[in-house]
Design a protein. Structure first.
Length: 189
């Protein structure tokens, strides 16, 4: 499993979820844009947010499948979003990144900055060989995040994802250790 970790960027802290994040998690996950691209429960109830913040996000690390971070303002600031790893293959040393940004925090480059911090930690400090990101072909904002975070587009995985409206094609992006120096994250905006 991944070590219990807190990461910092110039503007944010990536830390484990706490019960104090439950209300902001709920408010983020009922947002129509978040619901459009993520197959979250519908309706997303406050109890589900509490369960995610207190047990679900922590169980992913304990199982070895991944690790999820609350992205927040430093010094106990408000939840701004999440970034995390899933589908971790320890033998191949690969994992997949995912994220969402709270409606009140969008447009500030949070997802790209947090994704880059997580990628650097994974590839440079944890010895992984590949980070993958899958985004629906219609989710242009998520694809922009991938590019801003330095990931490279590889191609389209046909009919590989699902959202509430049905099956979708996914664009595959990746980052490998050699890409870290070659593709620094671009400025927010």
């Amino acid at each position: 499993m991944f070590p219990d970790t807190v990461l910092r960027t110039e503007r944010f802290v990536l830390r484990p979820f706490t019960p104090d994040d439950a209300h902001d998690t709920w408010a983020s996950c009922v947002d129509p844009l978040t619901q459009r691209w993520l197959p979250l429960p519908r309706p997303y109830r406050p109890e589900e947010a509490t369960a995610w913040c207190t047990t679900g996000s922590h169980a992913l690390r304990a199982s070895g499948d991944g690790i999820h971070f609350a992205v927040a303002e430093p010094d106990g600031g408000r939840l701004l979003g999440t970034v995390g790893l899933k589908r971790t293959d320890w033998r191949a040393r690969t994992s997949e990144v995912g994220y969402w940004v709270s409606p009140w925090a969008r447009g500030r480059g949070i997802a790209a900055e947090a994704t880059r911090a997580l990628a650097t930690w994974l590839l440079a400090e944890q010895g992984f060989r590949r980070l993958e990101l899958r985004a629906a072909t219609g989710n242009i904002a998520s694809q922009r995040v991938a590019v801003k975070a330095g990931l490279r587009r590889e191609g389209v995985l046909r009919n590989a994802g699902f959202v509430h409206t049905g099956r979708v094609d996914l664009v595959m992006f990746s980052l490998v250790p050699g890409d870290l120096a070659a593709a620094p994250v671009t400025a927010p905006g």
